[in-house]
Design a protein around this ligand. Structure first.
Ligand code: FAD
Length: 524
């Protein structure tokens, strides 16, 4: 120790210091000796004049090994030359330099040195020495880099995910997101997509949202239909979320632990699956409707035949009455024949009656007519497109439900829309328009289906709801029973169907149903 003090006293030109100063100097040197940071003092050319104990521990060099050597002994030569240039330029300009160098331990192992070099000036302001202070930061650097690498790894994993992911803080601010999420920002045109989806989720989940959040319980399979740019493309997303708590790392939370909840929100585009499901559903509907149409066809044919038979039967019955009235024995044989014809006719009608197939019944449930009309439009899409018809589909956004039979109502609207398409395709009207609207008031739900076809003349409007009346040539499916059935279905639902007398650009059917009626008249 005495030698170190002597050396330093000599180094600083303090040869003639008194006892008090000697004690202070000794205390100062002892402090520098024991301070847990590697300290070296050099001359102006970096020749080492003094090193403390920590320097020896960090570098592996004892003071006897290194005094008189240049600091460059520690250089690993991996540090770029420019760093040393910067170092020397700074300290030569009497400024403090701070940076990281790659150093070599006496053993040959490399370590990272967080180094500060300060020039020491004499009274004239000239540099006399340099003092270097460094710490081995290899381990903290490795941990920091590991953290960064881990973050990069996580980012590349979430970026390669086909699902849009976003991490939000408790103020709904985006903390982390992936490429797919970023793509949604421009694709959806809804501002910050997370904010938009959070609103949908909160609206849908109500109180459940805060319950799940406070218990850190996740949610999944929350599906939403989104109309993207200009409402041209409809996309479906399935949302899932998980809350997690992260300990805060700021100074405030050093002694008093504080944490913050974060939400990982994933948004999966399920449009393709939805479309497939929709197509499957439509296919099923088409099958059901085709079966229903087949049954209806048989019913109409048989009812038509029964209707046709009725006329000659009535004539035979009249002839039979006349002959009976005459009481003429001469015609007894003829009367008998007529009675036999009458009997076999009645038997034939009875047989036909028995053969009339039953129409499928479906359960009475709350129904949103918008959905039914939308389905029917999808079912008729091909015919609408092939006839180049412009569809104006204007459903009321919040249409209340009504009680009814889904299947029957679907048949009703399919009939009316098919009629409208047929009418439009037959007309010479320049405007090919099919407009469907829904509306409501306190008591009723309204559906309006209008076309720009030739319309129905005033005198025929009442007749079109009568059996076997058609404005078109008879034959095939045109048995004139479509509107009869439509009216029957409307009646079953206690509704009213009428042709709007004020509409003169084609035909407009106005249908109204009572709201929430519990009674439903079954099919006779
Ligand atoms: P060098 O030839 O030593 O220097 C490289 C370049 O630095 C030269 O081309 C020159 O432009 C400039 N330079 C060198 N000496 C001077 C000078 N006296 N005046 C002006 N410019 C000069 N280096 C380490 O690698 N690890 C350390 O821990 C470390 N600690 C240091 C502590 C102190 C107090 C000082 C003053 C320097 C320290 N150095 C340290 C720098 C060291 O002295 C060397 O400059 C460096 O190691 C590069 O060594 P080199 O042999 O590759 O090149």
């Amino acid at each position: 120790m005495t030698s170190v003090i002597g050396e330093l006293a000599e180094l600083f030109g303090e040869g003639s210091i008194n006892n008090g100063e000697r004690m202070l100097l000794s205390l100062f040197i002892e402090t520098v000796e024991q301070v847990p940071i590697a300290i070296s003092i050099t001359d102006k050319k970096a020749k080492i004049l003094y090193v403390n104990k920590e320097f020896s521990r960090v570098t592996g060099y004892q003071s006897t090994d290194i005094l008189g050597e240049n600091e460059s002994l520690l250089s690993d030569k991996r540090t770029p030359k420019e760093v040393y240039h910067d170092l020397w330029r700074t300290i030569s300009a009497k400024k403090i330099w701070r940076g990281t160098l790659c150093n070599r331990h006496k053993s040959g192992d490399r370590y990272l040195s967080d180094l500060t070099i300060a020039p020491m000036l004499n009274e004239a302001g000239a540099i006399t020495h340099y003092i270097g202070m460094h710490r081995d930061i290899t381990k903290p650097y490795e941990s920091e880099k590991n953290g960064v690498n881990q973050k990069l790894l996580i980012e590349s994993v979430i970026n390669s995910s086909p699902i849009a992911m976003v991490v939000l803080d408790d103020q709904d601010r985006v903390i982390l997101d992936n490429h797919n999420y970023k793509a949604l920002v421009s694709d959806l045109d809804k501002g910050e997509p997370a904010t938009y989806f959070l609103q949908l989720l909160r609206d849908e989940m109500g109180d459940l949202w805060s319950q799940l959040k406070s218990s850190e319980q996740g949610f999944n399979n929350r599906e939403f239909k989104i109309e993207s740019k200009g409402g041209q493309r409809v996309r479906w997303f399935s949302c899932a979320g998980n809350w997690f708590i992260e300990n805060e790392v700021n100074a405030d939370a050093f002694f008093e632990k504080a944490s913050k909840p974060y939400l990982i929100l994933t948004l999966t585009d399920i449009t393709r699956q939805r479309r497939q499901m929709e197509e499957l559903y439509l296919q099923t509907l088409k099958t059901i409707m085709a079966e229903d149409e087949r049954v209806r066809g048989i019913r109409e044919t048989l009812l038509g035949a029964m209707h046709q038979i009725q006329m000659p039967m009535n004539q035979i019955r009249a002839a039979e009455q006349i002959l009976k009235h005459k009481g003429d024995d001469q015609n007894a044989g003829l009367l008998q024949i007529l009675q036999q014809i009458q009997q076999s006719g009645e038997e034939a009608v009875a047989t036909m009656q028995k053969c009339i197939p039953e129409i499928l019944q479906t359960a009475v449930i709350p129904i949103n007519l918008n959905l039914i009309l939308h389905e029917v439009l999808l079912l008729s899409n091909q015919r609408i497109c092939s006839n180049d018809i412009d569809v104006y589909w204007q459903p009321l956004a919040q249409l209340p439900t009504m009680l009814g039979s889904e299947n029957r109502l679907r048949i009703l609207f399919k009939q009316l829309i098919d009629n409208a398409i047929e009418a439009i395709s037959e007309s010479n009207n320049a405007e090919q328009r099919l407009k469907i609207t829904t509306d409501t008031d306190a008591d009723l739900i309204y559906v309006s289906i209008e076309d720009t076809g030739p319309g129905i003349p005033v005198e025929k409007r009442a007749k079109v709801f009568e059996p076997f009346y058609t404005t078109r040539p008879m034959g095939g499916n045109q048995a004139g029973m479509g509107l009869v059935m439509a009216k029957e279905i409307v009646n079953q639902h206690q509704g009213i169907i009428e042709i709007d007398p004020d509409y003169d650009q084609g035909c407009r059917f106005k249908i109204s149903f009572p709201l929430h009626k519990q009674v439903f008249k079954g099919v006779e």
